[in-house]
Design a protein around this ligand. Structure first.
Ligand code: ADP
Ligand code: ZN
Length: 530
């Protein structure tokens, strides 16, 4: 690697400057580019907007032959290819949006070896016809590399699972000497291992970037009258700015957009139930006009590169911490201050739990979904730095950020140390075999059938927690799980068991504080109905 200020720039630097027009690499880009250009395999975890594309585009130009970029998103391919062509790079894509004639022309260029980059959809890549072409390139020494974008699509437990991605594991068998680089912005530790495993990249070098987005301020409020709270937030914090408002359902998208328009805001709806033309039109307006608010389902946003989105608001709980991170990450790509705002209520959690319970998915999938929801609930109920929570999820340690609601305005809490100790000893006394529901019955001294059947009315923790209502206990258990004082055994009906972290709390060497739920919402609701 060349030192900064080196008078003889490396070939990678020259391409960065002369083709892409950037003076310097960002973060780990240079290390990644050099590693892949030299023929190494790489697994790259970099947040959205971090600059993943250059990590394979520059090696593609440095190596002989054509680089094959696997991407699941047609819109993204088109954008990238147009940008490359504009920069003077010979790039093309092959997907279902091309007519026969144009597809043939691209195939000819591929065969002739004149393309520097070719973007393909995974299902296209796997066709015998395409593989024949790749064989030809390999045999003539003109296959530069494989880049696998959105690599988390290989994860069966993720939201974006694409079965065709599983077949990409044949690439190293068929083309063992061709370097591969897999990239994703969504990967907790488990998903990372899954990617490495399924794409046969266990030996690939890993590049993990920081996921921190310091310019984004995180705020999560208790839902009261969510729309009015949203309106107040927009008017006070980001008037006339471009933003995205996420809702769970199409109907709510429509209603919210209409309502914001009535309030005099420039808002448009976007969801998968709208016609292709309307969606395209709204998207274009969002990109071109200033200060437009897009009210959308999560169908909106992937691959949209608008640097000056000033806020992302959630009127419903996202599906996971990852989803939250992805969606909020669309704010402030330009590095200027931006806001991530969410209104949430306990009923959202109940609703999502029910959706999971009632879904057709298998038990394993449901368990993982519940797990994901628990982690998310841990974030929304957190009394300490939100960013710390978020980054911890991605395996990053950090201090309090000073730029989230909890840092700026520490919430009121109650000392739940004693209650937590009672809960933990109840877990222990009942043999670490029961879920929160039963444990709460025991703590509250409820003589349910199950309590009597197990003889739990006779243990020392029976009835020692009657001073708290069920809701408080639920919150407490959820937080004990979120902060990993207890672990959930999903194999055994969500039984709770103590972790090592529970010991200091049980011994009285640690404290446990919980957010005090505000009474405000109830009194306001009363006032309105009066
Ligand atoms: P990702 O795929 O990780 O979401 P992109 O590759 O689309 O990110 O890059 C995000 C933005 O950052 C793009 O506008 C890109 O041009 C810009 N960018 C990437 N690398 C650099 C760099 N080294 N210097 C300046 N801008 C960069
Ligand atoms: Zn903070």
């Amino acid at each position: 690697a060349s030192a900064p200020g080196h008078d003889d720039p490396s070939p990678a630097h020259r391409i960065l400057e002369h083709v892409f027009g950037y003076p310097a690499f960002r973060g780990e880009q240079q290390a990644i580019v050099e590693h892949v250009a030299a023929g190494g395999d790489a697994l790259v975890l970099m947040p959205t907007g971090g600059g993943k594309s250059l990590c394979y585009q520059i090696p593609a130009l440095l190596r002989t032959g054509t680089a094959i970029v696997v991407s699941p998103l047609i819109a993204l391919m088109q954008d990238q290819v147009s940008a490359l062509v504009e920069a003077g790079v010979n790039a093309a894509f092959l997907n279902s949006s091309l007519d026969m004639e144009r597809a043939r022309a691209v195939e000819r260029a591929l065969w002739d070896g004149t393309l520097e980059l070719l973007y393909v959809a995974p299902e296209r890549l796997m066709t015998p016809r395409f593989l024949d072409q790749l064989d030809h390139l390999r045999d003539t020494g003109r296959l530069a590399l494989f880049a696998i974008d959105e690599a988390h699509c290989v994860s069966q437990w993720g939201h974006d699972f694409r079965p065709e991605y599983l077949q990409l594991s044949i690439l190293p068998e068929r083309y063992p000497s061709i370097p591969r680089i897999a990239l994703t912005a969504t990967a907790d530790r488990q998903t990372r291992e899954e990617i490495a495993e399924r794409l046969n990249l266990r030996h690939a070098r890993r590049f993990v970037s920081s996921f921190d987005r310091p310019n984004i301020r995180y705020t999560i409020v208790d839902k009261d009258d969510a729309r009015r709270q949203l309106l107040a937030f927009i008017r006070e914090e980001c008037p006339s700015e471009a933003g995205i408002v996420y809702c769970l359902s199409r109907r709510k998208v429509e209603e919210t957009a209409a309502w914001l328009q009535e309030q005099g805001l420039n808002a448009l709806p976007y969801h998968a139930g709208m016609t292709q033309e309307t969606r395209a039109e709204h998207q274009t307006r969002f990109l071109r006009e200033d200060g437009l608010i897009m009210v959308a389902t999560i169908a909106f946003g992937m691959g949209i590169d608008k640097p000056d989105v000033r806020f992302v608001a959630h009127l419903d709980l996202p599906r996971s911490i990852e989803g939250y991170y992805q969606e909020t990450g669309r704010a402030g790509r330009d590095g200027l201050p931006a806001q991530a705002w969410m209104a949430w209520g306990a009923q959202d959690v109940v609703q999502q739990r029910r959706m999971i319970d009632e879904s057709e998915a298998n038990e394993e999938f449901k368990r993982l979904a519940r797990n994901r929801l628990d982690v998310l609930v841990g974030l929304v109920e957190a009394t300490t730095c939100r960013r710390q929570h978020l980054l911890a999820y991605f395996g990053e340690e950090s201090g309090p950020c000073g730029n989230c609601d909890n840092c700026l305005n520490p919430p009121q809490t109650w000392d739940a140390t004693e209650a937590a100790r009672k809960a933990l000893s109840c877990v222990y006394r009942t043999g670490q075999r029961y879920g929160a529901g039963h444990l709460i019955d025991v703590l509250r001294g409820e003589l349910t059938d199950k309590v009597i059947e197990r003889g739990h009315q006779d243990i020392t923790t029976f009835g020692i927690g009657s001073e708290l209502d069920e809701k408080r206990w639920r919150t407490l258990f959820r937080q004990l799980v979120a902060r990993e004082f207890v672990a959930v055994d999903h194999e055994r009906y969500n039984a709770l068991r103590l972790t090592d972290a529970a010991r200091p709390l049980l011994r009285g060497e640690a404290e446990f504080h919980l957010r005090l739920e505000r009474e405000r919402s109830r009194s306001r609701a009363k006032r309105r109905s009066a």
